[in-house]
Design a protein around this ligand. Structure first.
Ligand SMILES: NC(=O)c1ccc[n+]([C@@H]2O[C@H](COP(=O)([O-])OP(=O)(O)OC[C@H]3O[C@@H](n4cnc5c(N)ncnc54)[C@H](OP(=O)(O)O)[C@@H]3O)[C@@H](O)[C@H]2O)c1
Length: 262
């Protein structure tokens, strides 16, 4: 299948490592021109050079903190300026801290709101004029499997990911007349730094090793293992490509069958 991504212009948020990096790499491998972003210049420079080396693609970077409105404005303006517009926006961010309801006060709630929901609102708002001007505007949100089933001990994530899913469903209907397709991917347990940290925290809490925590977690996944960032990136790349012309408003899990909800 030809995905039709050759020459596509893509901004992938939170992409110096983990899921965002894998999506940016897959897009570059398909011939898209990509801008990656995170807070740390050093990591970004390394990631951009790494992706370009691995794919032969064109990869630029802009440092920005997704919690700051002015950073998001500058990020989208610089990315669109360098690429000559935008066809693809992938929203993504760091994960909020793990914990239960009574672990968090207002400040933590506000921070998680800014990082995991308001950043998506702002990225979409800034990117919309460019996506409207594209012939195949695509928005993809990377959220969490918690959009279908809340995860124990992750109350902040459970709350704001649901907001992202609701926002995406609303946007899909609002933007369909303009040919912009909007979808959300919910990762289950994909091997990245974030998941390693969550396993370490759980291991500490239960007095077991991180390897044991991982093994227990894998036992709840029908495919019996964590996924790889590349496995998620392949679906992401299809959803944002011109080859996807009729899938919009969907929330799709990449979780090896972990969530049992219909
Ligand atoms: N991996 C999974 O299985 C899984 C499952 C469910 C949900 N998720 C969610 O999916 C998202 C990506 O996960 P991941 O596993 O790829 O995480 P990760 O390995 O921790 O990578 C997070 C990325 O976000 C960037 N970032 C963090 N805070 C930022 C900020 N304020 N502004 C700009 N960039 C920021 C990081 O770079 P800097 O730190 O240098 O800024 C890094 O590039 C997270 O929200 C995570 O909670 C992941």
């Amino acid at each position: 299948m030809d995905l039709g991504l050759e020459g596509s212009r893509a901004l992938v948020a939170a992409s110096s490592r983990g899921l965002g990096r894998a999506v940016a790499r897959e897009l570059a491998a398909e011939g898209a021109r990509v801008v990656i972003t995170s807070r740390s210049k050093g990591t970004l420079e390394e990631a951009a050079a790494g992706i370009a080396g691995e794919t032969g693609g064109q990869v630029g970077w802009v440092a920005a903190d997704l919690r700051r409105a002015e950073d998001v404005r500058r990020l989208v303006a610089e990315a669109a300026g360098r690429l000559g517009g935008l066809d693809v926006l992938v929203t993504n961010s760091g994960g909020p801290p793990a914990g239960d309801f009574e672990d968090f006060g207002d400040e933590a709630w506000r921070e998680a709101f800014e990082l995991n929901l308001l950043s998506v609102v702002r990225l979409v708002r800034e990117a919309l004029p460019h996506l409207r001007a594209s012939r195949s505007g695509r928005i993809l949100n990377i959220a969490s499997s918690s959009i279908k089933q809340p995860i124990e001990g992750l109350v902040l994530s459970n709350t704001f990911r649901a907001g992202v899913a609701g926002l995406a469903k609303s946007l899909a209907a609002e933007l369909a007349p303009e040919g912009i397709l909007v979808n959300t991917i919910g990762p289950g347990r994909i091997s990245t730094d974030r998941v390693r940290q969550l396993d370490e925290a759980r291991a500490k809490e239960l007095g077991i090793t991180p390897e044991e925590a991982k093994a227990r977690s894998e036992a709840g996944i029908p495919l019996g293992r964590y996924g790889t960032p590349e496995e998620l990136a392949r679906l992401a790349t299809f959803l944002v490509s011109p080859a996807n012309s009729y899938v919009t408003g969907q929330a799709v899990l990449v979780d090896g069958g972990m969530v049992r909800a219909l």
